[in-house]
Design a protein around this ligand. Sequence first.
Ligand code: GTR
Length: 302
Amino acid sequence: MFANDTHPKDYPTVKAVEYFGDLIAKRSGGRLSIKMFAGGQLGSERDTLEITAFGGLDINRVNIAPLNAIDPLTMIPSLPFLFDSIDHSRRAFDGAPGRAILDSLGKYGLIGLCYYDSGARSFYNTHGPIHSPDDMRGWKFRVQNSDLYVGMVKALGADATPMALGEVYQGLVQGVIDGAENNWPSYQSERHYEVARYYSETQHVMAPEVLLMSKTRWDKLTPGDREVIMESARDSVPYMRKLWDARVVSARKEVIAAGVKANTVDRAPFRRLTRPLWGRFVTSDRGRELVRQIQDMGGSDA
Ligand code: GTR
């Protein structure tokens, strides 16, 4: 089976998909295996997602954001300030709400296998530190292809422009955008820190990565092979999280050693301004129920 990932070979998501491939090869006696196309060589997440839904690509690892245009339930894990902590987000992804959201994708030709971590996303820019939403007023930020992200940046008083990840570096160099938002590993891996030297820890979303399979391919598998795939995906999650946690630490260290100015922020005003988006983007009873379930899973580690 062919698999796609926008990240380069050494990135935790790519390694996790390869690990998943090794597991299915072993468990299927070599009948199933995966060939990974890393580094975005097959196109942007939005484009490859479409190809996967139409059966032209078997396995795809994307962020949940490009799915927002396909089913509104996928906006839930990307709601600003939804999770109290990384542990809270993991409980929700591994539990019933996470599964319900993945299962909503079946009708669009996609099988949701599992979630991978993506940590917390924060704003970075080329001008100076952001301490409050006022500091980013009027600046233009690249966002992923999702109305929720556009709404979020606008709610903070800045401008947003959806753009494919591969175009962000040039956009920053040319001044087409003033900044973007992402986790430490992507900020480092995409080399955005070379141009956007200020990283302000707003940690406004903890939108996960998802591992998807084309339903066309899935439907051709025997029940036994489907089980192998589902179990192997699940078993690749702890492996991914171990790599992820280490990568967050090393990426942060590397960019700070390279001169990046990082600052923490009082997140309260960011939370206050973006809170109305919950009501704007979660409009179904089912969606509201899932949000409540996720909130109930928050807790002591907050
Ligand atoms: C990364 C994520 C990618 C992609 C990227 C982006 O954190 O791993 O899948 O969504 O962000 O901002 O485009």
